[in-house]
Design a binder for this molecule. Sequence first.
Ligand code: C5P
Length: 219
Amino acid sequence: FTTGALAGKRVVITAGPTREALDPVRYISNHSSGKMGYALARAAQEAGAEVTLISGPVHLPAPDRVTLVSVVSATDMLAAALATLEHCDLFIASAAVADYRPATIAEQKIKKAGDEIQLTLVKNPDIVATIAQHKNRPFTVGFAAETNDVDAYARAKLERKNLDMIIANDVSRQDIGFGADDNAVTLYSKHGSTEFTVMNKALLARQLLAAIAIQLAVL
Ligand code: C5P
């Protein structure tokens, strides 16, 4: 991976989970650690890119020489992503965005009462699909975390979300993916697919960006 492979490119990466508030003290979220997105941000910066990392709440140090935009909810993450659109050559969505959010956020702490409670959830906007719809869209790369039929689901998402590439991983495996330091993925584009065997997320990030940079260069 040559340093400078992304020289002069403006790269925006979403990472981590989103947090969807229920009331002032509670939220719905997921176990995303943000490690893959932070590794990608670091690797893109090392490859010469100007990097903006839009991150949900994680326990990771901010990468050096990267612009960190901290967000909480999916709505915040979408707004931050749209704000970068005019100055973005490559958008990589590695965030584990909550698919739904509570329909209303209670102003006061919800009190314990009956044995059951009903929550109404509404669908969150799809951030990467929104970016990919734009007229002057950047080269857009998504992730697909799947537990089964990885190949079919990944290809379907590539099409449906109008992405240039999608990086799929099998999250039914304990040794890789969510929270782990290692990952193994398959990168799909309309030209075909490439497999990356289990490796450290830092090394994987460099290899993925090398593959992405080749596609960017031939555009
Ligand atoms: O549909 P699914 O959530 O599996 O798609 C995963 C891909 O879409 C990831 O790249 C994720 O960051 C992105 N995504 C998004 N906004 C959402 C849901 C997913 O950007 N609301």
